[in-house]
Each structure stands twice: as structure tokens, then as C-alpha cells.
Design a protein around this ligand. Structure first.
Ligand SMILES: [Zn+2]
Length: 249
């Protein structure tokens, strides 16, 4: 399973990274996890504009799904002709959220471009060669972390989450744990929204993950400090996601 970081910035794009978006490839099938604002720029380098075969949206915060709005036009009106209808898996009412962002009736445009599959509870779905286990995590809106297996390898993605035992269930023994680390330890962080690098590392330790890949760092943060805080709480290899970095999961 190949992972390409498309966008890794948390909350808003950084000067050199769009928001949350991660490309998984197996057997020629391309699954995009999240399509946050600013991510479709690097998507064109990662796999080409029309590359994705399916999208899974973890939750309906702008930094995880808003580029789906403009990406609609990229697929529907591409000069090479319209590609296949793209399956889009997302939380309850994902379609209504997308319509709301357009601000007008776009039924024809959406029906010709996407096939929406709404997730309204913990569930397992097969998407191409991927087995995707989606579980509710702790965040102010309906949010699904995921455990994704294909080709004998497994990746877990925290999505956005505060501390919860579900993260350990999702990440147990995975080859790579893609985990958010939005906050810095010691700051006055509100509960049940995001993790610090230290907390991400503690979950990685509890779940016995093989490698930890930190993401969703906020541009005004301090990546060096996040990494140092994580390093003190996990003995394995820790990496920080950057756009167009490629990992063999
Ligand atoms: Zn969020």
C-alpha cells in the first residue's frame, strides 16, 4: 500500500501545504482520504487531477472536505472528457453540506459527478481493494477515524480527534499510524477536539504501532516542538507529514 501526502496542514493551509488530504494506492486503485481546502493543487502532482477512484471524508470541517466543491468542476468539465462518477463516502448529510456550500440547486451537477455514500454509524466498507473500518472519534462534529487494510498492510488515520480509546482500537498493531497533532503540550488546549504530539505518541505506544506519522500540525505552531514532545512518549520511528512525501506502508 502506497501513501502519498497530498495536504497535511491543520485548520487552514500553510504557505507550502493544503489542508488534510492523503492518497492511498493499491493494485492501481486510488483512494483519497479527505479533500481539505487547498489540497487539489498538490493532488495534480500526486496522481493527476482525475486520479482518485474514490474519496472518504472523515468529517465535514472545511479543512477536510471543502475542495470537493471546486473539484466538482474539475471532473465535470475536464477537457479530456468526463471521468467515471466518483464514489464519495462521508458523514451523515454530506451531500446537503456540499449543496449548502454551492448555495444553489446543483442536483444535476452533483448527480453527474459524484455518488454519495453516507456513513451514519461505525461501519466497515470495501472500497476497491481496501477494507475500511470507520469508527466515531471525539470531535465537535460527527467524525470518523479509519483503519484501512490492503495487500497485507494496515494504516490507521485518526482524523481529527481528542483523546479516546477508539484511537487505540483503530491503530492496534498497524504498520503506519497517521495521527493528528494539532496542539502543543502545556498550552491551554480545550478538551475533546484535538491531540498534542505527546498524546498522539502515547496512543501510538498504547496501540503498539510500527511507525507514527504526525499530521494536521497548524501553521502557526512549532513542528520541531511537536516532534520533540512526541519523541519523548514513543520509542519507534516518528515522522511529520509533508506534501508529496511518499510512504510504503
Ligand atoms: Zn475538524
Amino acid at each position: 500500500m502506497k501513501l502519498t501526502i497530498v495536504g497535511a496542514s491543520g485548520t487552514f493551509p500553510g504557505p507550502h501545504s493544503g489542508c488534510s488530504s492523503y492518497l492511498l494506492e493499491q493494485d492501481g486503485f486510488r483512494l483519497l482520504l479527505d479533500i481539505g481546502n487547498g489540497s487539489t493543487g498538490a493532488l495534480q502532482d500526486a496522481c493527476g487531477l482525475l486520479g482518485p477512484d474514490a474519496v472518504v471524508i472523515s468529517h465535514l470541517h472545511g479543512d477536510h472536505y471543502l475542495d470537493l466543491i471546486t473539484y466538482t468542476y474539475a471532473r465535470r468539465y475536464h477537457p479530456d472528457g468526463q471521468p467515471p462518477i466518483l464514489p464519495v463516502y462521508g458523514p451523515s448529510n454530506v451531500r446537503e453540506h456540499v449543496v449548502g456550500a454551492f448555495g444553489r440547486n446543483v442536483d444535476d451537477l452533483l448527480n453527474e459527478t459524484f455518488a454519495f455514500h453516507e456513513i451514519d454509524q461505525d461501519q466497515k466498507v470495501a472500497i476497491g481493494p481496501f477494507e475500511v473500518d470507520l469508527r466515531r472519534v471525539v470531535h465537535p462534529v460527527e467524525t470518523y477515524g479509519s483503519r484501512i487494510s490492503a495487500g497485507g498492510r494496515t494504516l490507521a488515520f485518526s482524523a481529527d480527534s481528542g483523546e479516546c480509546s477508539t484511537l487505540i482500537d483503530l491503530a492496534k498493531d498497524v504498520d503506519l499510524f497517521l495521527c493528528e497533532a494539532s496542539y502543543l503540550d502545556g498550552d491551554d488546549n480545550p478538551p475533546d477536539i484535538h491531540l498534542t504530539g505527546k498524546q498522539a505518541a502515547q496512543f501510538a505506544t498504547s496501540a503498539d504501532v510500527h511507525r507514527l506519522l504526525l499530521t494536521h500540525l497548524v501553521p502557526w505552531g512549532d513542528a520541531g516542538r511537536t516532534l520533540a514532545e512526541a519523541d519523548a512518549a514513543y520509542d519507534g520511528e516518528i515522522l511529520v507529514a509533508r506534501p508529496l512525501d511518499v510512504y510504503d506502508v
